[in-house]
Design a protein around this ligand. Structure first.
Ligand SMILES: [Fe+2]
Length: 362
């Protein structure tokens, strides 16, 4: 048997907020806008939301201090404002960090949770969440997970519960037109890893595979263009692919690439997409031995000839090298092994294998 759960109502396409923003009216009369410091103000997303709120006579307060890889302290500070202002829903605008922060803030507005319970639950309810992605990668606009930095665990960890599926999501590719080439690469590779990992996860289902194949087709069509200027149509393909890939991981969860990538971000400062990109070739190498048929389909959908070309492409897009000390390899392996990401991976992941991969990233 399998389950398919996707309760988010998605509006996709240029000007979707102006066209369909009236759907916000049923969520309440006061909103907390959660975003980062800059990009939502310059790419038009925050103004598009504000225009609709004004037209609907919904009041709002802004929390615009979400940093990359948001901290527990940040989401608590925003939730305190949300509670004091008695907001009725949260509108999270931005890349993965503001959207993930917004989801946790929606939980903290309605639940008393200490720093452990924040990650484990149980949660009683959450304020309705509206997600407005401004990068094409995270897929957070259609998932039930949020990733926070957890200093108690010494890595990034996920808060996951169906309560934090956004109620509404507005994915307008026009908001990504000004995203830098380097962030576009990072986020696109994150989206590719979501589609590929979900496709090969132990938790893959017949329905998630349909979305994964479609996501790879759209993302793959734009791989050769990454690293250069992109047209609106290319941006639309990337956002469509990343949203479909989000629907995939909402069903399957992520696997070894994400599990091993979090310590690289936490301790070595690599962006999430870059951490994934560096781990990707070795992951595919082991997957080619475990699921050769599915891997052949992946190469076909991504329009690459095989592992050698894919490895060269990752190196070209992400020339970063990471050399870890033996102590770091041991520490990161210890952090990776107990994660759900390892359980979801379709081969038996041993500590020796994880340590070997960490030891040969350069
Ligand atoms: Fe990711």
């Amino acid at each position: 048997m399998f389950t398919y759960e996707m309760p988010t109502t998605l509006f996709f396409g240029r000007d979707c907020i102006a066209q369909s923003g009236a759907a916000l009216a049923r969520l309440g009369k006061k909103a907390l806008l959660v975003t980062g410091r800059h990009s939502a103000k310059v790419n038009g997303s925050q103004q598009a939301v504000v225009d609709v709120l004004e037209a609907l006579h919904i009041s709002w307060v802004v929390f615009d201090e979400v940093e990359s890889n948001p901290s527990i302290e940040t989401v608590r500070r925003a939730a305190a404002i949300g509670r004091a202002e008695q907001v009725e829903f949260v509108v999270a605008i931005g890349g993965g960090s503001p959207m993930d922060a917004g989801k946790v803030i929606a939980l903290l507005c309605t639940n008393e949770l200490d720093d452990t319970q924040l990650f484990t639950g149980p949660y009683n309810n959450a304020l309705p969440i509206v997600a407005v992605p401004t990068t094409a990668g995270t897929g957070s606009e259609v998932t039930k997970a949020a990733i926070l930095t957890n200093p108690h665990a010494g890595t990034k960890q996920s808060v996951a519960d169906p309560l934090i599926f956004p109620t509404l999501s507005f994915a307008d590719p026009a908001f990504t037109l000004g995203v830098s080439e380097s962030v576009t690469v990072d986020t696109a590779i994150d989206a590719v890893s979501h589609a590929v990992e979900g496709y090969m996860a132990r938790t893959a289902t017949p329905v998630s595979d349909v979305w994964a194949e479609e996501a790879m087709r759209f993302l793959g069509s734009q791989l050769p263009a990454l690293g250069g200027p992109l047209t609106y149509d290319a941006r639309e393909d990337l956002m469509y692919g990343s949203t479909l890939a989000g629907i995939v991981i909402a069903q399957t969860g992520t696997t070894l690439i994400h599990g091993m990538g979090y310590p690289l971000t936490y301790y070595k400062g690599l962006t999430h997409g870059r951490a994934n990109g560096i781990l990707f070739p070795q992951y595919m190498k082991y997957m080619s031995e475990t699921m050769p048929d599915k891997v052949d389909t992946i190469w076909e959908l991504l329009d690459v000839s095989g592992l050698a070309e894919f490895t060269a492409l990752m190196k070209q897009l992400m020339p970063d090298t990471v050399v870890l000390t033996q102590e770091e390899i041991d520490q990161f392996t210890k952090l990776t092994m107990p994660t759900k990401a390892v359980q979801h991976t379709s081969y038996d992941v041993t500590a020796e294998l994880v340590a070997h991969i960490y030891g040969t990233l350069g």
